[in-house]
Write a protein that binds this ligand. Sequence first.
Ligand SMILES: NC(=O)C1=CN([C@@H]2O[C@H](COP(=O)(O)OP(=O)(O)OC[C@H]3O[C@@H](n4cnc5c(N)ncnc54)[C@H](O)[C@@H]3O)[C@@H](O)[C@H]2O)C=CC1
Ligand SMILES: O=C(CO)COP(=O)(O)O
Length: 328
Amino acid sequence: MSGGAHIAVLGGGSWGTALAQTLSLAGNTVRLWARDAATVDAINRDHANPRYLPGIGLHEALRASRDAGSILQGAECVLAVVPAQTMRGALQTVAPILPRTVPVVLCAKGIEASSGRLLSEVAREVLPENLVAALSGPSFAHDVAAGLPTAVTVATENPDLASRLAALLSTPTLRCYSSDDLVGVEVGGALKNVLAIAAGAVAGAGLGASAQAALVTRGFVELRRTAESFGARPETLMGLSGLGDLILTCGSGQSRNFSYGHALGRGEPVGSLPLAEGVATAGIAWKIAGERGLDAPITESVVMLLDRKITVREAVANLLARPLKRET
Ligand SMILES: NC(=O)C1=CN([C@@H]2O[C@H](COP(=O)(O)OP(=O)(O)OC[C@H]3O[C@@H](n4cnc5c(N)ncnc54)[C@H](O)[C@@H]3O)[C@@H](O)[C@H]2O)C=CC1
Ligand SMILES: O=C(CO)COP(=O)(O)O
């Protein structure tokens, strides 16, 4: 169980702040790097992050800074919690000052759209000497910050390190399981966001709970197919970072990806909505599926929907019109 460690968190958004809060409450020394001065001031002065975690009072010992050097000083572990498409830049910022003995835990969910790389591949390019892990699973930032019970998976390819990191990051309310299937945990987290957009779109278009259940189930088949093409183990995808996160985000308006899809389904504007990682990951996930000869009709529908080439009802009509097949 966590406590007494020095942990650095890169990213002052909702998830970085929530992880920093639970780890700080568990007795760790937590330092958070945020690029935005207002966020740093609010955390240090008011013990709050009203922009990203409204209504949550933060632990007084949690400190923030815009200076990455001071955040990293003495850190035993770094949590990287910026959006997936900005992960490379954030890691590049700390690369010259991060000791190579410090493990980096990637907490974002996405695939780098410009390269098709998983975030662990990005991290290994930027920080070739550091051990890389991923933390993923069904966990809304607000729930974790509020101390509600949550379970996630912490994965690295080294089982001993995975167990040590899971122990380091578990708190009385955040239970971390360990796994050596890094790729499985990463891909499960990245692809569920695309499916949450699809589920939200079906709900927003008023197509009914039955359609939503069918879509999520068939979406999970797509997720498994794509993840297994990366080398993920099927049982990982049946776990927290896969099925577990689909159950959470494909049925809750608390999910930003679901809400984004919901707005699309209702024909509402999406320009001012908060971060929905599935928007950036959908296109690259479909491209990867195409390159590998994988059937991914729901991912394709999300891409067409995001590009405004199709409506939700047309997308669902197309899915229904596909040739009948065995359920696999
Ligand atoms: N919010 C949640 O409930 C959960 C989020 N995640 C994942 O965590 C990742 C981060 O999401 P949130 O914290 O929710 O996003 P957010 O939108 O709440 O915050 C993003 C933060 O990253 C910062 N940022 C953006 N670009 C940056 C850059 N280039 N360099 C440094 N900082 C930068 C922003 O200033 C902001 O503080 C995403 O991949 C998300 O899928 C995972 C589990 C739960
Ligand atoms: O990943 C999450 C919960 O596990 C958060 O989901 P959203 O990014 O869709 O809000």
